[in-house]
Design a protein around this ligand. Structure first.
Ligand SMILES: *Cc1c(COP(=O)(O)O)cnc(C)c1O
Length: 403
């Protein structure tokens, strides 16, 4: 590839982007050319502190040498075989994910279907629910589960859904965290209830404590599956392999993706107990899912999180970050939600997009999932000093955007 085809200023590249790519994401705010650790560089040479990590993806930061080593070692040994065949890396990663998913019920059977994304992991989950012989599903208001037609059917935002209706159904939505409403909606026609432990896309919203345990009890009482979407919250993001595991529950289906490959596309649908055997030969498939390079990336990520004690570190760093932001005493900051290093800074006014833009101009990548919420999802390896740098700068962005 010639340098002319990939080089250029941000202004030039942004014009070419607008001609060459579908406008599904709006105009890109920056064109990035390089990443290393917690930093990114744009095409004009400016450096940024990455507090979004590719949307909770780059858990170990950019260009992590050991993830790189694992990927290139696997790629130079065996890059791909079809799913007519198996590879040791794929089996090893499946065993690890199965173990995480059954941590509250060790010994329970758990089996994995690998995918390339969170959406596809949820599509696999959706197909598992159909194999129960029931079709009705219950999802939560404020949910996000992906953009394919199946995953979209489970996603509550009418703006995303309505242009694409009819969507596969029947899906009923109940208020997030409302056990009474869930109980009222559940009966023996319901195949499954899908829930996020924390709603990241909805602005880092947590249900009342005890909700997942109630959902487990309620679903079990009518023979429905409990399906927990850990695509954003899992793999250490919230200080545990599963954000839902401290609730004590074991779900029938758990979906993973974002942080698992540190940027290498890999997703997984894990089903436990009887649900682990609902998909049989011919009932689902994928060409790329479970390929050994993606599996090697996932295994490297898990090994490094474990070796470096990152689960404990994420919990401590997240609590420290939240208390420092609250200690600013800024009139715009009304709360800091979330757990570990998935945090939503709730603002008094709907100025979050302007605050995120000001932060970007000053060299901090964050985003605004809602008009009054800033989301922080930095690499799990970020230092206190880097987080403090952002906290110190935040009042300036808030003041600038509120005037
Ligand atoms: C991002 C996300 C998805 C979709 O994952 P993709 O990899 O973008 O397909 C599904 N569920 C949740 C909770 C997510 O945050």
């Amino acid at each position: 590839m010639s340098i002319a085809a990939t080089g250029g200023s941000q202004a030039e590249l942004t014009v070419r982007y607008a001609h060459a790519l579908m406008n599904t994401f709006g105009a890109p705010k920056r064109v990035f050319v390089r990443g290393e650790g917690v930093h990114l560089w744009d095409a004009d040479g400016n450096r940024y502190l990455d507090l979004l990590a590719g949307l909770a993806v780059n858990a170990l930061g950019h260009a992590h040498p050991q993830v790189l080593g694992a990927i290139s070692a696997q790629l130079s040994t065996l890059g791909h075989v079809s799913n007519f065949f198996a590879t040791p890396t794929q089996i090893a990663l499946a065993e690890r994910l199965a173990g995480f998913t059954t941590v509250n019920d060790p010994g329970r059977e758990a089996r994995v279907f690998f995918t390339n994304s969170g959406t596809e992991a949820n599509e696999a989950g959706f197909k598992i629910t159909r194999m129960t012989g029931r079709t009705k599903l219950i999802a939560m208001d404020g949910s996000f589960h992906g953009r394919s037609l199946g995953a979209l059917a489970l996603t509550s935002n009418p703006k995303y859904r309505e242009p694409f209706e009819p969507l596969p159904g029947v899906v009923e939505f109940v208020p997030y965290g409302d056990a009474e409403a869930l109980a009222a909606a559940l009966d023996e026609t319901v195949a499954a209830v899908i829930v996020e432990p924390i709603q990241g896309e909805n602005g880092v919203v947590e249900p009342p404590s005890g909700f997942l345990a109630q959902a487990r009890e309620l679903t079990a009482s009518v023979g429905a599956l409990l399906w927990i979407d850990e695509v954003q919250t899992g793999i250490g993001r919230c200080g545990a392999w599963l954000a839902s595991s401290d609730s004590g529950v074991t779900a029938d289906i758990v979906t993973f993706a974002k942080g698992l490959g540190n940027g290498f596309p890999v997703g997984a649908c894990v089903a436990t107990g009887a649900a682990a055997s609902l998909l049989g030969p011919g009932s689902h498939g994928t060409t790329f899912g479970g390929n050994p390079v993606a599996a090697a990336a996932g295994l490297a990520v898990l090994n490094i999180i474990e070796r470096d004690g990152l689960l404990e570190r994420v919990t401590a760093a997240g609590e420290r970050l939240a208390s420092r932001v609250m200690a600013l005493g800024h009139p715009q900051v009304t709360a800091v939600r979330g757990r570990g290093l998935l945090r939503g800074v709730v603002l008094a006014d709907p100025i979050a997009p302007a605050v995120a833009d000001a932060a970007l101009d000053a060299g901090f990548v964050i985003n605004a999932p809602r008009p009054n919420v800033l989301r922080l999802a930095p690499p799990l390896v970020i230092s206190d000093a880097d987080l403090d740098r952002f906290v110190a700068a935040l009042p300036g962005f808030l003041d600038g955007a509120s005037t």
